[in-house]
Ligand binder design. Structure first.
Ligand code: DHE
Length: 515
């Protein structure tokens, strides 16, 4: 620290009697020991705009001053006043001067395998392994393992801070992989109810995707601009793929998706108008139309991961796939107005084949499909407008805009259910959940389980008999509804339960749930 700054720190005193150091100095003194001097996280989470922009400044200042109950985050109100806390928060929301290297060596150095982990021969419980449902509780960063028949909690284990996106099961449903926004990937053995290990695959990450053969896990990163491919066996690095557009522009990866029949991962890119497809199978296609086909090399025979790039008109950073994984419905989430439409890309020919009329920034990755009048239709909520778009997937025409009581985030159904369930997560009616008839496309019920409390995200049991709904609050709950009568049958207290994930529905790629 420069001598002038030291003097300024010593002499400047605020009206409330607190020393007035700059936010960087205050950060160094009070925050760096847990969150690290480079702000990229240590025992505490990373404090960078990529993760903090979701929070309101006033809320973050209160955390600085008062701490977070039941966590290791202490209160600093004894040392900092409101302007001091506000200044730290404002500084934390400025971008890092530079992103440190985070390649294979750094990722491998972060790997922590659980020394107490021993693989068991069979589950240590006697529930139906295909009806296990995981509940991500973001209130205190835990996952509950639910028996999907009795709704007993078999285990509740800590996760890395701020899990985002769906955990991904291996094809047997035994292992699950969970990702945090700080790039940590955790492997957990559901049979033994034990963590196997964790590794930091990126510095700021978006989501993960599992290969169809269960061997590889792809991690989409914002920081650095890479896709990390891990071996699911031991979380070692198989490849760190740098992401640069055709003109050399580096890009964040918005999301990575699996395309099982194609034995590929498909990448949505935030900063370049391209879609990337990365193959992991033994016989990737060698050519196609309308795209550049490039093998990154040299690459070992057993982990080739060749890359195919498809140029697109405009940025597409949110995808939905049809059940055959030939067609991508893509839209942009940017705030520049590009989120008001969509495109259909045929992955086989690498070309756009249709435009989509999507009015209010769709949340395509939580779309669902079902059969109606002999054709497959798809429904997606919108983050900006209070409508659910219903699209005929044979013509790509919007056949109905269902008006809801507010913008929504998640849609869900099940093959056995006559209904789709959609939340209205954003806006004043976020304590409501609509139930829509799949054939008439009319809202048939609006549930309001606890007035004033946010209700969101649904997952069905394996047989579709029950729908599990989150009361998305710190002192929240998972409500178990009879999926036919819409009667509440159980209420399980949970700490801000976000997503719920049923093993069977996920590993069989149910058309009613996200993949
Ligand atoms: Fe998500 C899934 C992107 C904000 C909770 N979210 C996804 C997926 C994408 C995505 C691409 C699908 C990935 C997957 O499951 O593999 N989410 C985005 C955004 O771009 C957005 C709008 C802004 C951002 O900052 O990332 C965003 N998401 C949020 C939230 O604020 C939510 C509500 C709270 C949180 O925990 O961050 C949130 N997103 C979720 C959840 C899923 C998800 C619970 C998994 C849903 C599922 O059932 O599969």
């Amino acid at each position: 620290m420069k001598i002038g700054r030291v003097l300024a720190t010593l002499v400047a005193i605020s009206a409330s009697g607190f020393a007035l150091a700059g936010p960087q100095e205050d950060y160094g003194q009070y925050c760096a020991s847990c969150h690290c001097a480079d702000r990229l996280g240590g025992t505490g989470p990373a404090l960078i705009p990529e993760t903090l922009r979701r929070f309101r400044d006033a809320g973050l200042s209160q955390v600085v001053l008062n701490g977070r109950p039941a966590t290791q985050m202490p209160a600093f109100g004894e040392f900092l006043d409101q302007p001091g806390a506000d200044a730290i928060v404002a500084w934390l929301k400025t971008p890092l001067d530079s992103v440190p290297p985070w390649g294979e060596a750094e990722i491998m150095a972060s790997r922590q395998m659980n020394p107490d982990y021993v693989a068991v021969d069979a589950p240590v419980w006697d529930s139906d392994p295909m009806n296990i449902t995981l509940v991500v509780e973001t209130g205190d960063h835990h996952v509950s393992v639910l028996d999907g028949d009795t709704f007993d909690v078999l285990d509740r284990f800590p996760t890395p801070f701020a899990v985002h996106g769906g955990p991904k099961y291996d094809p047997t449903g035994r292992y699950v992989f969970i990702m945090s926004r700080d790039g940590w990937v955790q492997k957990y053995d559901i049979y033994g109810l034990r963590e196997v290990g964790r590794v930091r695959a990126g510095l700021n990450s978006r989501n993960i995707a599992m290969s169809a053969d269960g061997k590889w896990l792809a991690v989409a990163n914002y920081l650095p601009n890479t896709l990390t491919i891990l071996s699911t066996e031991d979380l070692s690095v198989a490849k760190v793929q740098e992401i640069k557009g055709k003109d050399g522009t580096p890009s964040r990866v918005s999301a990575v998706y699996q395309a099982p029949p194609r034995e590929s991962f498909v990448l949505a890119l935030k900063d370049v108008p391209e879609i990337w497809e990365i193959f992991y199978g033994a016989n990737p296609p060698q050519f196609g139309f309308g795209h550049d086909w490039r093998i990154e090399g040299p690459v070992p025979q057993d982990t080739p991961f060749p890359v195919r790039r498809i140029s697109t008109k405009g940025y597409l950073d949110d995808f939905f796939f049809d059940q055959s994984y030939e067609y991508i419905m893509g839209a942009s989430r940017s705030d520049t107005g590009e989120g008001t439409g969509g495109q259909v890309i045929d992955l086989v020919i690498g070309q756009k084949i249709a435009d989509l009329d999507l009015p209010g920034m769709p949340h395509l990755s939580s779309g669902i499909t079902w059969e109606r009048n002999g054709t497959t239709i798809m429904a997606t909520p919108h983050i900006r407008d209070g409508v659910v778009s219903v699209i005929d997937m044979s013509t790509w025409e919007t056949i109905k805009l269902i008006e809801t009581e507010g913008p929504g985030f998640f849609a869900r159904s099940h093959e056995t259910s006559p209904y789709i369930w959609v939340d209205v997560f954003f806006g004043p009616n976020k304590d409501k959940m609509h139930v829509i008839d799949k054939q008439s496309l009319e809202i048939v019920a609006t549930l309001q389980p606890e007035p004033g409390k946010t209700v969101a995200h649904v997952e069905f049991t394996r047989d579709g008999r029950y729908a599990l709904v989150s009361i998305w609050e710190d002192d929240g709950a998972v409500i178990v509804y009879d999926a036919k009568t819409l009667e509440e049958v159980r209420r399980l207290p949970m700490r801000k339960p976000s997503g719920k994930y049923n093993v069977w529905n996920k590993i069989t790629f149910s058309e009613g749930t996200s993949h």
